[in-house]
Design a protein around this ligand. Structure first.
Ligand SMILES: [Zn+2]
Length: 442
């Protein structure tokens, strides 16, 4: 018996009382003189406790309840953070986090374990980050959830992203476009060739707008192909591929394959490398319509970005046909909206180009419908540039940004500031929210 070395399975059986008296006795003897085995036993006991607790009804119900509440509140994410003394559950609604529950640490660990099971993550790897997916039924709806676990000193955190087709695939009238902006986008989407980029920071609705453009075209007698990182939503009539850098399937690799598919329209998720960008520009020049997103501050900054990453000015000027800059701004909650007569702050009025600081505006007082935030739902703030020949010439000549900006907004289309100002005047959002989203300091 001296070389008997129990495995973790043996310890599980031991803790569950499934061994014979002799087998238990052998493990007892070994435990008495083996400190490492005693450690392993304690860790096994902890895992068993979590597994047992996590399969209890209350934990299962709780985990489902948080996801359900997130979906019903229209949240984009459900967060569970384990802290020193317990767990915090928060929902991200319209871009802001709202706390919805606090749990004792044991219950929080059990819910975390349950989430990991739901998202098919390995429950025992508490010290490694993990990802997983879950198809979650909610009434008639079937939602895709993407879970990600990040370990931490108090047990880590789990974020469940809710991928809602009805939000991501919003119809045109839900995008918050003014009629002249919608007309401009329709013209851009129907160009026979050239590049159109949608720009803005993370979470600004770029993908939703890109999908709307593609859906406008899909189904017409054209071949539409997309390369995404990763594919999040099924688009009918679009052949979609996901990049997989771990297996060498990069944007550039997929783009080469896509070009052999005789595409009319190529949609590419956010591009991060010069090689892919050069390939996309080549596509745009050689008779394809190329749609992509870029992470830049505004429409004109996109031109500088394309030049800064190393594209030749003549390539940018001959391929770039349209730029859409966008943000999402929170809308005043209709349940608790009130009119305000206080004059606008001078700096905000100036930045938004509102001449009359005395105009009435609206804000939400805060109510249960809006989690006391005064806001409910979001809408887009846009600036759309259709590249004219004058602007293309200025790009080729490497004119500075202020010159490009002057040439970009000569027609009837508003800048983002102009678009936001109209939302303030119409009472859709508050001056402070418009200023915050546009990064205006006052
Ligand atoms: Zn409200």
């Amino acid at each position: 018996m001296s070389d008997f070395s129990p495995t973790q399975d043996d310890l599980v059986a031991y803790l569950r009382g499934q061994l014979t008296a002799a087998e238990s006795g052998a493990i007892d003897a070994r435990l008495a003189r083996d400190e490492r085995l005693r450690d392993l036993l304690e860790r096994t006991r902890e895992v068993l406790r979590i597994v047992t607790e996590s399969t209890e009804d209350s934990t299962v119900r709780r985990a489902n309840d948080y996801l359900r509440r997130g979906i019903e509140a229209g949240a984009s994410d459900v967060h569970l953070d384990l802290e020193r003394d317990g767990g915090v559950v928060r929902l991200r609604i319209d871009g802001a986090l709202h706390e919805v529950d606090r749990l004792p640490i044991a219950a929080a660990r059990a819910v975390l374990a349950r989430f990991k099971t739901l998202f098919a993550m390995p429950p025992e790897n508490t010290d490694l980050p993990a990802d997983g997916r879950l198809a979650f039924g909610h009434g008639e709806k079937r939602l895709d959830l993407r879970g990600s676990f990040l370990p931490g000193i108090h047990g880590g955190r789990l974020c469940a992203r809710i991928l809602d087709q009805t939000t991501a695939l919003a119809p045109w009238d839900k995008l918050g476009l003014f009629p002249e902006e919608e007309a401009a986008l329709q013209r851009l989407a129907r160009l026979p060739h050239g590049m159109v980029t949608v720009t803005g920071p993370t979470g600004s609705g770029k993908t939703t707008l890109l999908y709307a453009l593609v859906r406008l075209l899909a189904g017409e007698a054209i071949n539409c192909v997309s390369v995404e990182d990763p594919v999040e939503f099924d688009l009918p009539w679009v052949a979609q591929s996901s990049v997989n850098p771990a297996r060498g399937v990069t944007f550039a690799y997929l783009l080469r394959a896509v070009l052999r598919q005789d595409p009319d329209v190529i949609m590419v998720g956010e591009i991060r490398d010069l090689e892919s960008l050069q390939m996309l520009v080549q596509c745009a020049i050689t008779g394809h319509l190329a749609l992509t997103t870029l992470h830049t501050y505004n429409a004109v900054a996109t031109i500088s970005r394309l030049l800064d990453v190393g594209l030749e000015p003549f390539l940018v000027s001959s391929s770039l046909r349209g730029i859409v800059g966008m943000r999402l701004v929170r809308k005043v909650c209709p349940e608790c909206a009130e009119e305000v007569r206080a004059p606008l702050a001078a700096s905000v009025a100036e930045a938004l180009g509102i001449a009359d600081r005395g105009i009435p505006w609206r804000r939400g007082r805060g109510c249960t419908a809006c989690h006391q935030s005064g806001f409910r739902g979001r809408t887009g703030v846009y600036e759309i540039v259709e590249v004219s020949s004058a602007l293309a010439d200025a790009i080729a000549a490497r004119e500075p940004e202020p010159t490009l900006r002057e040439l970009a907004f000569t027609g009837t289309l508003p800048t983002m500031q102009g678009h936001a100002a109209r939302l303030v005047i119409d009472g859709v959002t508050t001056p402070d929210e418009a200023a915050r989203v546009l990064g205006i300091t006052w």
